[in-house]
Design a protein around this ligand. Sequence first.
Ligand code: SF4
Length: 356
Amino acid sequence: MNGPHPMAPLVEVDHVSRRFVRRLNYAERIAGWLGVRVEEQVVHAVDDVSLTIHRGEVVGLVGESGCGKSTLGRMLAGIISPSSGSIHTFEKGAEPSVPGGKDQVAGAHAAHGAARRRLATQMIFQDPLSSLNPRKRVRDIIGEAPLVHGIVARKHLDAYIVDVMERVGLNPDFRERFPHQFSGGQRQRIGIGRALAVKPDFLICDESIAALDVSIQAQIINLFMQLRHDLGLTYLFISHDLGVVEHISDRVAIMYLGRIVETAPTTQLFANPQHPYTIALLEQVPRLSNRKRQFESIQGEIPSPLSPPEGCHFHPRCPHATQRCRTERPMLRPRGAAHEVACHLIAGHLVAGEGQ
Ligand code: SF4
């Protein structure tokens, strides 16, 4: 983030990477014993990402499938751990106000264990049916975690479940029903109710409306915004849908093949995109001004995260790529107020005549 932000930080992602190793199968191990050269494959899902999310903010995280946005969300939710780097979550009122304060807060936080972080950060998934236990009634899905974690006493549990169901727009008379007895939109409301029941600060919505009908999507977006207003929640809204992200987010981060390539306040990013990938993505968004235009997808395929290209990951698809882009990674650099871009071209370092 470039310059001071009016809101205190809630989460700081500090040079986080995540790699997944595909272990050799039995046949490959035997081939290895016989002298054939077989190596484990490493997926570079997230590559040295730093990002600060501020309290009360809605950050949209956008990119094509396989760009690592869901992996980043799962690390923030504590579902998987980073391979390297660190994630700091700050308690309310304990944000670092002086240089060096971060480590003290992170240390105090660590002492309370990962369980509290898991409660303070909740994830809402794309497919509500597969993320809900089909054998549990709604009252158990919503009520189990707050009871186990001592958020509500057993004698108050029923009233608490009624309150949560009303807050997410579900009829509490249906609390004895099972997930399959609800529609897709209602099931997503159950998932949101389950997350809210543990009183989180931070909701990570991973393509949470992508599987719903358009009219239901609008209802769930309105519910997210109402909950933000009522409860002061912070959101990371992971999506490939730029139209939705533009509508819902204060700030947008664009991700490509494991790296954040541009981040800016939403209005600024949509009015003045700077990274060639962001520009190409925005050109795909249908608008009144381009309704007669034929839309073309971005040239080329997204490369495999098993062997990402050297230098700028976008260079095989970028019309402006230079020799430098093929060998040197561009770092995120400030480009105006609260706007950062990772591109040699934008950083002003492109040497005239160096094009391909
Ligand atoms: Fe294109 Fe080079 Fe910028 Fe990457 S660094 S987006 S290849 S101009």
